[in-house]
Design a protein around this ligand. Structure first.
Ligand code: HEC
Ligand code: HEC
Length: 340
């Protein structure tokens, strides 16, 4: 009897196992990763609410960010231009992509993107989910297509597993790729510089030079490099040297209106120490050269920003002020963010 019971229970056990197999692999616990919003940061971009970072979404996004198969010849990933040690910018004047092709603009850092309303130098992208396709299909960047990319990673068991953990099943779709990379992007929050610590009264204080630099900064730069992001996210022509590439028109590339010609989104100055060279096409090797340029006088233009126009097309700065401003800007370096 015992034996028969044994056999019967084994039979039922098998049956129940089988049924589980048919239903679904065990669902993953994929908790939301709450974004820790630093004090005084501006509002989140609305897209974040429709694509909240999750544990595995972010893990997958980071993996894809480092995926060289995104490029036609499997040579370059997003991280190939966006280096963590440079606050996810790089040290080239112009971006260098597949086959050494040179792009139109300088690679910007990737930081605090959850709080930005416009992406890229000209603000052509409004949602982070819309960004990843751009480099994938750009001739000078990755020169591929999203279907080509999916074709290459579709049979990768590790990806299948990660897509299942992140989204509930193994299907690798363009939307899931964009969403997970954006989720990873949203988690790149930088707010732990000396400046932040001083603001939070965490037993660090500015040196005299940094404190003087901060004063000058608020007075002469804070018009545009404002808010806790150090950008008001406006577009302005400040008369920087012109990109010799005739494709460049700044914000006018997006809007088509003359008033936006050679206007650029005010860049954040967080982590500026790590992101040389500077300017939309890397025209300035150092911070000192940017300040000398402001001091010597900028290019005139019909739409030159009033802040500059009203002070004779320049921002006058003494040598001491320049030194102090650089000390201050260096307090915006978040060494933990860049892994240093
Ligand atoms: C060849 C170098 C290169 C590669 C590869 C590259 N990028 Fe970029 N990235 C740039 C440049 C240059 C810009 C600025 C483009 C512009 O303003 O027109 C940029 C802009 C961005 C921005 C906007 C940042 C901001 O400040 O608004 C994001 C986000 C971004 N890239 C993410 C990615 C992702 C994700 C990938 C991979 C799918 C990627 N990039 C691949 C060079 C690169
Ligand atoms: C009228 C607005 C405005 C003022 C005032 C202003 N900036 Fe800027 N700044 C910008 C814009 C716009 C850019 C990008 C311009 C471009 O690349 O053509 C920029 C670029 C920069 C860059 C290069 C950043 C990078 O990532 O490449 C630095 C550094 C900088 N500014 C520092 C300062 C300092 C320091 C002051 C004060 C002495 C100052 N700015 C005043 C609007 C302003």
């Amino acid at each position: 009897m015992k034996k028969i019971f044994g056999i019967i229970s084994v039979f039922f056990l098998l049956l129940s196992c089988n049924r589980d197999d048919i239903i679904q692999p065990e669902p993953y616990d994929n908790p939301e990763l709450p974004l820790i919003i630093p004090p005084d940061f501006p509002a989140l971009n609305n897209s974040v609410n429709a694509n909240k970072p999750t544990k595995y979404g972010v893990e997958l996004g980071e993996r894809l960010f480092n995926e060289k198969r995104f490029s036609a010849n499997n040579s370059i990933s997003c991280a190939g231009c966006h280096h963590k040690s440079n606050a996810f910018a790089d040290s080239n004047a112009l971006a260098i992509g597949i086959y050494g092709r040179v792009g139109l603009r300088n690679t910007p850092p990737l930081q605090n993107m959850a709080f930005m309303q416009f992406y890229n130098w000209d603000g052509k992208i409004l949602q982070l989910e819309k960004q990843p396709l751009v480099p994938i299909i750009t001739h000078e960047e990755m020169n591929s297509s999203i279907l080509e990319v999916i074709g290459k990673i579709n049979d990768d068991q590790e990806y299948k597993e990660l897509f299942r953990k992140a989204f509930g099943d193994e299907n690798i779709s363009p939307e899931r790729i964009y969403k997970s990379i954006a989720q990873f992007g949203y988690t790149l929050i930088s707010a732990d510089s000396k400046y932040d610590k001083v603001q939070r009264n965490e037993d660090e204080a500015f040196t005299e030079s940094e404190a003087r630099g901060y004063q000058t900064f608020q007075h002469k730069c804070g018009n545009c490099h404002s808010t806790a992001l150090f950008t008001d996210q406006s577009f302005r022509n400040i008369g920087f040297p012109l990109n010799p590439n005739t494709d460049e028109a700044g914000r006018a590339r997006v809007t088509g209106i003359p008033a936006d010609y050679m206007s650029f989104r005010v860049p954040s100055l967080r982590n500026i120490e790590y992101t040389a060279p500077y300017g939309s096409f890397g025209q300035f090797p150092t911070l000192k050269s940017v300040l000398d340029y402001f001091d010597n006088g900028v290019l005139d233009a019909d739409n030159l920003d009033p802040v500059l126009k009203e002070s004779g097309n320049r921002i006058p700065l003494t040598e001491q002020e320049k030194e102090d401003l650089i000390s201050f800007m260096n307090t915006l370096s978040d060494s933990s963010f860049v892994g240093k």
